[in-house]
Design a protein. Structure first.
Length: 363
């Protein structure tokens, strides 16, 4: 029976003395693929790439001489630990120095171990094997943690989406508002990406997470009494003040969820921005904080337009649905007062797509 080929771990040996590289290579070859560099600069080019080219190899461990002419081992180690590409690779110093100060300095700088000259083959093999096994184990643990974190994140996201759907049913919607909001947001964002300024602003964002987070914009309405949320007539000033609190409540709900998730969770970051600020106005007269212009997060400015369009074209307990044309006219009239004027201009470019989405989901 044919055995499957298994890729060997690579070891990068960095030493300006060729005979040292040969000796170390002979000790480790067979079990590992050996890559050699005759100095620190060459080693960094192999590890990090050069002139925009990708790294030549990503070794599982680096054996690094301390005393080299072009760049000593401490300088090379510092650059290895400074790069996200290489910071987790164990580095074993090669040295003839029998000095506690040298060893201490290296360990503090991030070296994993020392291999001293003259070489002892069994010690070299044992130390390299130990650190590679540790690196594999750490990588497995990191993957396990990442998988568990993603699993927990998906669970929280699903819970929030169900809660958002429940709120829509309370609001006598069928859940279509959530689907429409996501589709409308996607159409507007995709058009924004065709404009240089917004393409740059959105370049670092996770667009699918942003679109998915749009469904949570009214999650804070879970705290609004039915007597106000479903009131068919005009709200009193006091009742409207209660409605306004849904932005703050939504933000708190997201904060409570975020306490159990990584700080860099984009989905929850977008959800909080949208929950908190989708009722702010470009002229500063919105709520809850009275933010103006670009003080309002871009995510919230996008959803503000989308949410108003969908509200206008939908039937509510207090109003009939407006036509697509009338709804667009209302938004255009609010350019520069309620809405970001640049976004309103872009909205006009997707008018037909918005009408198609509205018609597709019409009750």
């Amino acid at each position: 029976m044919e055995q499957a080929n298994t890729k060997k771990d690579a070891i990068l040996i960095v030493d300006d003395v060729e005979i040292n590289r040969i000796i170390l290579g002979e000790v480790l070859q067979g079990e590992y693929d050996i890559v050699e560099a005759s100095g620190g600069i060459e080693a960094l080019e192999i590890l990090l790439g050069v002139d925009g080219k990708p790294p030549a190899v990503q070794p599982t461990a680096v054996l690094l001489d301390i005393m080299m002419p072009d760049m000593d081992g401490f300088e090379v180690l510092e650059k290895i630990k400074a790069s996200d590409l290489t910071k987790n690779i164990p580095v074993l110093f090669i040295t003839a120095a029998d000095s506690e100060d040298t060893e201490s300095r290296g360990l503090v700088a991030g070296a994993a171990d020392y291999i001293t000259k003259p070489f002892n083959n069994s010690i070299i093999r044992a130390r390299v094997d130990n650190h590679i096994n540790l690196a594999r184990y750490r990588h497995s643990l990191e993957q396990l943690v990442d998988n568990k974190t993603r699993e927990v994140t998906r669970t929280y996201e699903s819970t929030l989406e169900v809660l958002a759907t429940i709120i829509e049913y309370r609001n006598l919607e069928s859940g279509a508002h959530i689907r429409r909001t996501a589709e409308l947001a996607s159409a507007l964002i995709n058009r924004m990406l065709q404009h240089k300024r917004f393409k740059k602003l959105l370049a670092k964002e996770n667009i699918p997470s942003l679109i998915k987070a749009s469904a949570l914009h009214d999650i804070g309405k879970i705290a609004i009494p039915d007597s106000i949320l479903l009131k068919p007539g005009k709200l009193t000033p006091e009742e409207f003040d209660v409605i306004k609190t849904h932005t703050i409540v939504g933000s708190r709900i997201i904060d409570n969820i975020a306490e159990n998730l990584p700080d860099n969770d984009r989905y929850l970051k977008y959800a909080k921005e949208i929950c908190s600020y989708h009722h702010e106005r470009w002229d500063g007269t919105g709520y809850p904080e009275g933010l103006a212009g670009e003080e309002i997060p871009l995510t919230a400015r996008i959803i503000s337009i989308v949410d108003v369009y969908d509200a206008l074209t939908s039937s509510r307990c207090y109003k009939d649905a407006f036509s697509h044309e009338k709804s667009f006219g209302i938004i255009m009239d609010a350019k520069g007062t309620q809405f970001d004027p640049e976004l309103v201009d872009i909205l006009s470019e997707v008018a037909d797509e918005f009408m198609r989405i509205e018609e597709a989901h019409r009750d």
